[in-house]
Design a protein around this ligand. Sequence first.
Ligand SMILES: C[S@@+](CC[C@H](N)C(=O)[O-])C[C@H]1O[C@@H](n2cnc3c(N)ncnc32)[C@H](O)[C@@H]1O
Length: 635
Amino acid sequence: MTITVKDYTRHIKNREAEMRYLGNKTKLLNFIDFVIQKYDIKGHVFSDLFAGTGSVGDFFKHKYTVLANDFMYYSYIFNSSKILNDKRPVFDVFQKKYSIDVFHWLNQKTFKPNEHYFIYNNYTPKGGRMFFTEENGLKIDGIRITIEELYIDKIISENEYYFLLASLLESVTKVSNTSGTYEAFFKFWESRASKTFLIEPIEFNLTKFNTSNKVFNTDSNELIRNIEGDILYLDPPYSVTQYSSAYHMLETLAKYDFPTIKGVGGKRDKGKCVSLYSRKQYALEQFEDLFRQAKFKHILISYSNQSIVPLDDLVSLAKLFAVNGKINVEELKYKEYQNHRSSNKSNGEKLKEVIIYFEKETSFAKSPLNYSGSKDTLLPEIIKELPKHVGTFVDVLGGAFNVGANVVATNKVIYNENNKYIYGIIKWLMVNDSKQIIKSIEKVINEFKLYKRAEKEYYALRDYYNNNISSYLHLYTLHMYGFQNMIRFNNSQQFNTPIGVAGYSDDIKNRIINFKPKTKKYELINKCYTKFQWEKYPLDTIFYFDPPYFITSAAYNDGKRGMNGWNGESEVELLSIISKINQLGYKFILSNLLYHKGKTNHILIDWIHEHNFKVVQAGTSGWRYTKNEVLIKNF
Ligand SMILES: C[S@@+](CC[C@H](N)C(=O)[O-])C[C@H]1O[C@@H](n2cnc3c(N)ncnc32)[C@H](O)[C@@H]1O
């Protein structure tokens, strides 16, 4: 659907002049707000993960707690000045000492160059480049160094320091002899570059801000694992241009760290700031990872039809993570703005800027099958450790299917379980309509007059199951009332779990209703994992193993549950199979314990060291004796 911002009556006056910055959203702020209003998006915490000049956070700071991030340090400075202030800092210590406006004081200072004047010596004709005139280069260096000295001498606070640096950076863009970025300079002096440099206070909204606002300076895909909130705004680079290359000058001026520089543009090394969003073969999986890891209900993405990843591909990906697969694409009509971008064409196609909005499916569905060793409480930690791209996810020792069912894979999820009873129940739960399941369970409960701790009734159902009908409906119903929900059989395949204390409840009913694999395409397998032909799986498969724990005495270790016991031999066999999977080039994650109640799993620890696998603490599980769970992985 095409909308125009004209339709949107509440027009907040934008106080900011647009800074020359690729993808600057100053002109689109009302459009973002329009989408928020249109879809009645509610929330308290708003995060801008690719914050650039900080214009978005600044615009929304009066409404939300803002978390802003960008991996460029100059952006950290812009964001710190804008979203952590509601007025210009007062410079009281400075004022007391000098009784003059700090900007005026800086502008009237004169400077004498020396070999440490980095801009003057490298980016003016003095250094063979024409980014700035010599006169301006000298002033820029002098002011940059003075700001640092004021801060070191405690004449300005940290907040004042960032404010002055942000002001310096923005002012510099006004006298740069370039077309906007710093890849190259003009071979003549453009009129803006001939103006005398003046540091002017950076403009931002003088509206209230929340003191819990935070500015980060890291990779967004790392940060996303450690923050949460309500609205996630994503404005990643659209093109192959690396910001660390285009704005190397701002980075060097912000850090003033005397980097080694190269080439005509005098660029610093990009360091860690190489954006995979700007690389065609990686961009889509960066998004996949952000979507999967986001602990935000509402996701808004600024995007265009000229972006590296085709718009349709991004929409198809987003569908996998959205509630009911529903995605909204709002298109902005540029006519309304009459700005330079309206004439921007590529491949003959007119630039179309959009906001993709969707509600993310953030809840975890707990399996309706109560199962010893269930990973439902550790799901957040397991999901966090997934790689950026998950093509196929195999829950190799699937149990109650808590893990596989909650993973979004772009291709499919596979559940495998060797125990035919457990497999049978999961399959029965998956293939039947949940309302029908509930109806039939309630019918059995009524027929047998079951209630919690009702012994006679429970044993009557157990006999009925063992002697007459071995249906999964009856077995599943029994497990709800049985001792510790165990599904245990004797050697003659008779279900022999004694009565327990629990039973059918609203919780179980809701779990039956809500339990649906998050990945549409899934497959259920009932075989011994040792029989898997691993090499048949595509290379972007992740194998997840949640075996019985060798050093605990979980019920399934006693060999009485239709499964062979889990002993040292089983442990060695599992580890050697995982070594093979690793050798074949697949990624794996293994859940386990290294230590428990004074015992140490030496076999496992030696194996981890031998292969140099990564161990991640995954929290605790279990209610009687807590277990310190770890995830072992090869990526
Ligand atoms: C389109 S610009 C954002 C513009 C911003 N909304 C504004 O109005 O100024 C994209 C930003 O993403 C940053 N960026 C690119 N890859 C990143 C990554 N992996 N992590 C964090 N920031 C990244 C770039 O430094 C750049 O500032």
